[in-house]
Design a protein around this ligand. Structure first.
Ligand SMILES: C[S@@+](CC[C@H](N)C(=O)[O-])C[C@H]1O[C@@H](n2cnc3c(N)ncnc32)[C@H](O)[C@@H]1O
Length: 264
């Protein structure tokens, strides 16, 4: 199964996604189709005490869609991979939970996000974190080397979601966890929305219908353990809000576990 719309120009999409999230990294105070920053993180359920432990400038550029780190249940010693780590909020929280015996690796394709996250890690002297340039469809990470894959508000942006979940299964150790927040839709989105690269870049156009989304995860080799709605997430612009209402575009957090057998 593929989610690639026939007329979606994926090169244009990549350019727009990079352009949008470059702005989120460099000018988080600007207005976007979506909310950003600490007020959003707190409303989604991030404990204030946890946010206090990581660089504030990373949280300024937070552009996630839900809280899921309780589902991830990261313990000291875990190796955690954050797909689409942005300026690093979730990766920094994961590194703090994994402790000195564990570590977090963030992957992102937008140079300005990576540069910001790396600079913040260095300034704060956080040694157990690393940010790598790469695509979430084929992250530059050793197979079977990760305990927990996390991702927040990113997989909906990929035109090849099966590849993303297959890559997550490949890097996880058997029994490893996938804990994510993402955007899905109640109804299949029409081509007018799925072919609009600007609505994709705003985390709407690429939202997969929720049953199909679950199927893609299961087909990649996961058992889904929990799915919950993130009612506190909302889009801002009228255009985004209209599509959201019409097609039931919502945020979910999800926990899945990699099956013991090797993924195909
Ligand atoms: C909505 S932001 C979320 C960032 C971060 N997870 C957070 O919660 O703040 C999406 C991020 O995913 C990155 N991204 C989108 N598609 C990607 C892809 N195919 N490969 C790698 N990074 C991608 C963007 O560069 C951007 O930093």
């Amino acid at each position: 199964m593929t989610t690639t719309a026939r007329q979606l120009d994926t090169a244009d999409l990549t350019t727009r996604v990079r352009g949008m999230y470059r702005e989120v990294a460099l000018h988080p105070e600007h207005e976007f189709h979506f909310e950003t920053g600490r007020p959003l993180a707190e409303r989604l359920g991030y404990p204030a005490a946890d946010l206090d432990r990581i660089p504030a400038a990373a949280i300024d550029s937070f552009a996630g869609v839900g809280y899921f780190l309780d589902l991830a249940a990261i313990v000291p010693g875990d190796v955690v991979l954050d797909l689409g780590s942005g300026s690093g909020s979730d990766a920094f929280l994961a590194a703090a939970a994994a402790g000195a015996d564990g570590r977090a690796i963030g992957i992102d394709m937008t140079d300005e996000q990576l540069a910001k996250a790396r600079e913040l890690a260095e300034k704060a002297g956080i040694a157990n974190i690393e940010f790598r340039q790469g695509q979430i469809e084929h992250p530059p990470v050793e197979p079977s080397s990760v305990d927990c894959v996390i991702s927040n508000g990113v997989i909906n942006l990929s035109p090849d979601k099966p590849a993303v979940f297959a890559a997550a299964a490949a890097v996880l150790r058997p029994g490893g966890r996938l804990a994510i927040a993402d955007i899905v839709s109640a109804k299949q989105l029409p081509e007018g929305v799925t072919c609009d690269a600007s609505l994709w870049a705003a985390c709407i156009g690429g939202a997969m219908q929720r049953d199909g989304y679950r199927e893609v995860i299961e087909e990649a080799g996961f058992e889904i353990e929990e799915v919950r709605e993130n009612d506190r997430y909302r889009f801002i612009s009228d255009r985004a809000d209209n599509a959201t209402r019409k097609y039931g575009v919502t945020s979910i957090s999800l926990l899945a576990r990699r099956r013991e057998e090797e993924p195909r």
